[in-house]
Design a protein. Structure first.
Length: 682
């Protein structure tokens, strides 16, 4: 007997060529696909006691027609049919629009079933559906499916019903009996059947539990198998550096490392010195001090006789990193160079040559690093900052510029745990969860736009103390041009408002990189006291004297992005402030502003952001590598996710999993996914 996944839907009764084509366009090819086309909600036709129904709720009631219906025409073809119905002992009114033909079907004392919206004040049902007769038992709750083209929900119900009848018995459990037993799960056959024919909430819940757990477990098995495979089979380099030199370097830093920095550094260094290839994600809130950790790791790589590369998403950030690393390595013979698209001509040729000769130790840059012409002599460590801004392909190209270099991804976007173990489950994770000592928490306030005058005088108070301020401009996502115009307008307004007392810088995406650098340099040298900017300052910029940030249209940003922006201040020892200008209309918008004023903890914010925005949007783009689950919901089912993760780990590390027949299905899932052929190494 062929597998359900290989049985064409045309074998199902009632599905001909044409219907099959429509179903194909929905991605439904096999009987298995059809059976797994689950309802996205249920229509509830169960009878309700009318005294318990709330205003505006949709209800189904059974009643007896009372008195003559009255029909009224209005407009061109519009009509209104009104009649009375006894529902139990209540006499209610029913109104039915534009279906005049119902009048003759309604006879006094007939039993009918009405579905419609209940208006409690008028004691009236606005009718959506009439069934001329009592409600028949089987129709109480009906599944509603997404459909496409000329297929109706009713037809879809029929197809699935037939498929269940003909093939339902052949749905096999993918989960082994041990696990079914452990979690008291129904069989897969029962679960799928229950989702299509819900009997009651209890059964529905159990069915969903099966599919959620199954989905998470399969996924976790795959990514964890990949990780295990990488660990055991990747031919990495074993970097051997002189510990003394490294310790000396760390002790010469202007500050002691925080406990968290030391901890993650040890994790990274031990990966680097081990023979397998490091594949690690370093998470740390803005300002937690990732850069210095990266610098030490890069230095270790140089001490081992290798070169290091640091790739960042913007030129500004590349320049800042180049500057601060050059500073850190000033007294050591480590050569740091910067490669961006603005390095051109002879200088570029020389640089590339020296890189290939091995004269350059550390190369910092933007996408420019992954161009064909860039060749390293001995690339040993690759670090990518804000890695979610690069595609998988770009990351791979950089990695392939060396022979199995160690790889470290850094991100200042704290990733909620649930996402971290799904989207990045194949990586090891290090977290800096501690801020350098002496930092004051940023005070955040939420103000309406009309309070701008008060806000600006607050800003001026800080300026008078010798501090500096960022003003982040209104955001119009669809148009960079309008964003730029907004920045120019705000710049003009502030120049006018502060009438020459302060120098106001202007930064936006339309400036070329020289202009950008000049603007940044001026701000960083306190030649400009205020920097008006679009969101290009989002990542990495470091001006410790800036203690004030004003964000226009704050309601348009996600929590994570606001947190990133806010992280530009609070980098020195002075008290810093962030003012959110926002007039949010929605409750969610208000909630966001409130949360921002309440916490500075990036991880708390990221969890909230995930809750409010959903996993797909978390990184702002859909291509973020966040997997899409069919049934499971990462946010609401996180407990199941944790359980599945642990189970996957235990299974993969137990001997019986690789031998016992009951696990064959799960082993096949891993094998078929191709994670063990090394193709998916990222
Ligand atoms: P991140 O890259 O994580 O946002 P940075 O590496 O830019 O943070 O560090 C922010 C600031 O904190 C920098 O000015 C850096 O010099 C400083 N810093 C880093 N580590 C420490 C530490 N252990 N103690 C004091 N200051 C530190
Ligand atoms: Mg290694």
């Amino acid at each position: 007997m062929s597998k359900l996944s290989e049985t064409s839907i045309t074998n199902v009764k009632g599905i001909g060529e044409e219907t099959a084509n429509s179903l194909h366009s929905m991605g439904i090819e096999s009987v298995e696909d059809l059976l797994m086309h689950l309802p996205y909600r249920y229509e509830d036709y169960r009878l309700r006691d009318i005294s318990e129904v709330k205003h505006d709720e949709k209800i189904t009631v059974e009643g007896k027609v009372h008195g003559e219906p009255s029909l009224m025409y209005y407009g061109k073809k519009k009509s209104r049919l009104t009649f009375r119905v006894f529902v139990g002992s209540f006499l209610v009114k029913a109104v039915c629009f534009n279906r005049p033909f119902y009048k003759n079907k309604l006879a006094i004392n007939d039993t009918i079933t009405l579905t419609g919206k209940w208006d409690q004040h008028r004691q009236t049902i606005t009718v959506m559906e009439i069934h001329f007769g009592p409600l028949t038992g089987e129709k109480e709750v009906e599944p509603v499916y997404s459909v496409k083209g000329n297929i109706t929900v009713k037809q879809m119900r029929k197809f699935i019903h037939s498929a269940l009848g003909e093939y339902g018995d052949r749905i096999d459990d993918s989960l082994p009996p041990v696990l079914l037993h452990k979690y008291k799960l129904p069989s897969k056959k029962e679960s799928i059947s229950a989702l299509h024919n819900p009997v009651n909430q209890q059964v529905l819940k159990g069915a969903r539990r099966y599919l959620v757990y199954e989905e998470f477990l399969m996924f976790q098995l795959k990514i964890q198998a990949l990780r295990k495979y990488q660990r055991e089979n990747s031919q990495g380099i074993s970097q051997k550096f002189a510990e003394n030199d490294l310790t000396e370097f760390i002790q010469a830093l202007p500050f002691p490392l925080t406990g968290a920095q030391s901890r993650v550094l040890n994790e990274i260094l031990s990966d680097m010195s081990s023979p397998y290839r490091m594949n690690r994600l370093l998470q740390g809130d803005v300002g937690s001090g990732k850069t210095v950790v990266a610098a030490i790791a890069l230095y270790a790589s140089c001490l081992s006789g290798y070169q290091g590369a640091l790739m960042v998403p913007t030129e500004i950030l590349a320049e800042q990193h180049a500057q601060s690393l050059s500073g850190l390595f000033a007294s050591i013979s480590i050569r740091v160079e910067l490669l961006t698209s603005s390095v051109k001509g002879k200088r570029r040729r020389e640089l590339l040559e020296q890189l290939q000769n091995g004269e350059i130790d550390i190369l910092i840059g933007t996408h420019a690093l992954i161009q064909d012409e860039v060749n390293f002599a001995r690339l040993g460590l690759v670090i990518t900052d804000e890695q979610h801004r690069f595609g998988v392909g770009q990351r791979r190209i950089l990695r392939e510029k060396g022979e199995s270099p160690d790889v470290l991804f850094m991100t200042a976007t704290p990733i909620p745990r649930t996402l971290a173990i799904t989207a990045f489950g194949e990586m090891d994770v290090s977290i800096i969860d501690e801020m350098p000592a002496g930092r004051k928490a940023i005070e955040t306030y939420w103000a309406k736009h009309q309070m701008i005058d008060r806000v600006l005088s607050f800003v001026e108070k800080e300026l008078l103390k010798g501090r500096q301020a960022y003003v982040i401009c209104p955001l119009i996502e669809e148009s960079e041009k309008l964003d730029v115009q907004n920045a120019i307008d705000v710049h003009d307004m502030l120049t006018h408002y502060y009438s020459g007392k302060w120098k106001i810088g202007l930064m936006h995406g339309r400036l070329n990189s020289e202009e950008k650098e000049k603007v940044m340099q001026e701000f960083s040298d306190n030649m400009a006291q205020v920097l008006v900017s679009t969101t290009v300052v989002e990542v990495g910029v470091n001006v410790p004297n800036a203690t004030m940030m004003v964000i226009y249209d704050a309601e348009r940003f996600g929590l994570s992005q606001l947190h990133q922006l806010r992280g530009r201040v609070g980098r020195g020892s002075e008290q810093s402030y962030c003012i959110l200008l926002a007039d949010p209309k929605s409750e969610v918008g208000k909630e966001r502003m409130k949360i921002m004023t309440e916490t500075n903890d990036g991880f708390v914010l990221s969890e909230k952001d995930l809750e409010l925005r959903g996993p797909g949007d978390f990184f702002g783009r859909k291509q973020s590598g966040v997997p899409e689950f069919k049934v499971a919901d990462m946010v609401h089912d996180y407990r199941a996710l944790e359980v599945a993760r642990q189970d996957a780990y235990d299974l993969l590390h137990s001997q019986s999993f690789w031998e016992d027949g009951q696990y064959e299905g799960l082993r096949n899932v891993i094998e078929e996914s191709g994670v063990l052929d090394g193709e998916k190494l990222d």
